[in-house]
Design a protein around this ligand. Structure first.
Ligand code: ADP
Ligand code: MG
Length: 180
């Protein structure tokens, strides 16, 4: 079984994926490392540009008969059995990315993406089985417990657990809304 864990940068994908893979006894795979290993990720500045079609092909070839948790903000675009989309209040996203030293532009892009559910919407376009989990004010263990419960219950789709329309005011200082 392939479990993809996706979400806006900073929501806790890597932390949760590692813990989830340990709890399930699955392999842990980072999209970024996997893409570099397969030669389908190109370093561009301080980021990696990944050929998403090639990524989907390679993931299918390599993991369709294995049990893996795939971590990365592109993981919802691979052929997974289930996609977990982690959500986090945009204010907390901003604070985490700020402490990571993101530029003002990258900070704005990602806070805006979280505000308007970009990854959730993409995940729903690509995959039938999507589990949305709000991580706000939860420990990584609590998040993993929630994911395991949803998996055990065989829940096919669980979305609509957050609504950031009221969160704009809390992150106005970080937004660029299309301008520079
Ligand atoms: P991502 O992989 O989505 O970019 P990380 O797992 O690297 O996110 O987490 C970003 C930061 O937030 C890290 O410093 C991590 O320790 C912290 N973090 C992750 N999950 C939680 C959580 N549930 N509660 C508090 N801090 C968390
Ligand atoms: Mg990560």
């Amino acid at each position: 079984m392939i479990i993809a864990v996706s979400g806006t940068p900073g929501v806790g994908k890597t932390t949760v994926s590692k813990l989830l893979s340990e709890r399930l006894g699955y392999e842990y795979v980072s999209v970024k490392d996997f893409a570099l290993m397969k030669g389908i990720g190109e370093p561009v500045g301080d980021e990696i540009e990944i050929d998403v079609d090639a990524l989907a092909r390679e993931v299918k070839a390599e993991f369709s008969a294995r049990n893996v948790v795939i971590d990365g903000h592109l993981s919802h675009l691979v052929p997974a059995d289930v996609v977990v989309v982690l959500r986090l209040h945009p204010r907390a996203v901003a604070e985490r990315l700020k402490s990571r030293g993101y530029s003002r532009k990258k900070l704005a892009e990602n806070v805006e993406a979280e505000l308007v559910d970009v990854i959730l919407v993409e995940a729903l376009e690509k995959n039938k089985r999507v589990l949305e989990v709000d991580t706000t004010d939860k420990t990584p263990d609590e998040v993993v417990d929630e994911i395991l419960t949803l998996l055990e219950e065989g829940v096919k789709r669980r979305v609509g657990v957050v609504d950031w329309t009221e969160a704009y005011d809390d992150v106005l200082e970080y937004l660029m809304l299309g301008g520079d």
